[in-house]
Design a protein around this ligand. Sequence first.
Ligand SMILES: [Zn+2]
Length: 487
Amino acid sequence: MNAIDSHVNYLLHLNPTLSAMDRIYLSNRVANLVGDAAKTVAAVPNALDNLDALVAAAVTNGVIADLLPAKQILEAELMALGTPTPSQANAEFWQQYQDSPQAATDWFFNLSRATNYIQTRAIAKNIAFTTPTDYGELEITINLSKPEKDPKAIAAAAQTSPSGYPACQLCLENEGYAGRLDYPARANHRIIRFPLGGATWGFQYSPYAYFNEHAIFLDAVHEPMHINARTFTNLLDILTWLPHYFVGSNADLPIVGGSMLGHEHYQGGRHEFAMGKAPVQQALTLPGFDTVAAGIVHWPLSVIRLTSTDRQPLERAAEHIRAAWANYSDESVSVRAFSEDGTPHHTLTPIARRVGNAYQFYLVLRDNQTSTDYPEGIFHPHRDVQHIKKENIGLIEAMGLAILPARLLHELNEVQKYLLGQPNTIAPMHKPWADQLKATHTWTPANAETQLRQAVGQVFARVLEDAGVFKQTEAGQAAFARFIATL
Ligand SMILES: [Zn+2]
């Protein structure tokens, strides 16, 4: 069998509405994409390896340029031939939903993987481990899944003028979009439509997932993120629709928010984070909300947990806390709601989940001020830990899952050699940390990797403490109590 026939078999398997009668048609469509010369390429057993063989043939045949984005565009097109159309995918999702919400997400998740829209092979390259800290087992991921930008592709893309379409990567207009040298290929991308707050929203998976069933819920309209009373209702509506998922929103201000503030969206999925396992260190009473259990979570960031089986008071309690925090200042701990010019600094990172019949909110208090001492942010990773993490602390990290940059794979290797007294090229920025580790631990080839990973976990805990507005100190917790007293 040749690689084209093998791929056609896979396309027939991907989309059950295709049948044997489509075989000739699909062979011709595939040959058109990869070049007739590919008919001499032998099939490879695994469907994704076979896809690679077809893409390699297209490069050899001169059908596409030998550039990573050009290959990704072709991969997506080859899979799109067997991906159910958006209307077929939506119909099947809702059909499965009649069995159960989980049957529907299982089907959609498996489809998104099988079409290679979720980049399973790239995700498998990530380095992931857990490490014990004062706040429980934090999760660390060194993110190696996003491909490095190819300098040749960057140069080629610079020749073209930006089209402004799609407006951003979270717009519905990405569904089926071919992609460009400077924009991801989405021919095999599908989005499930669902009603939310009287509007239409989309539900999709993240192509470079950070955790199991990493989902994105996006507004059909390209409009900026905002956290308000509507957010809390929306999050609980999503949990009513998909009770087996958690869902949360990044904050809606720079520094403390995510990287996509321009398009209203939430993230969710099927994973329990360290924050969800952390105990409540102090129970609270919220006057006027008798049916809502409240407490401060033992966590490096400042988190109030609210639990209730009664949705309406729970949503109102969350909005009550948000509105109070938006206007709350305490100069003694550098917490300020507004600059002198009226710029707002306070918002929340809200996360919600189901616990049995109850709904639960985790409200992370955020403050995005900068100062001369902390130009990147007073409540942002400080300079002495930026050698490990200098990016924003978004909702995934706030919950205790570090997404660390790819550079650390090589850099930590050199730190380890330094700690073991071997020849190395340790980066100067890691040296003060490494010297401290050398002085406080005994390093052997047998314990080095584990000890170094634990040390990275300690730095991540410090990163999260930096992002906490009320510190885990006597003064910090007294300040937290003063805010709580205003509620
Ligand atoms: Zn958009």
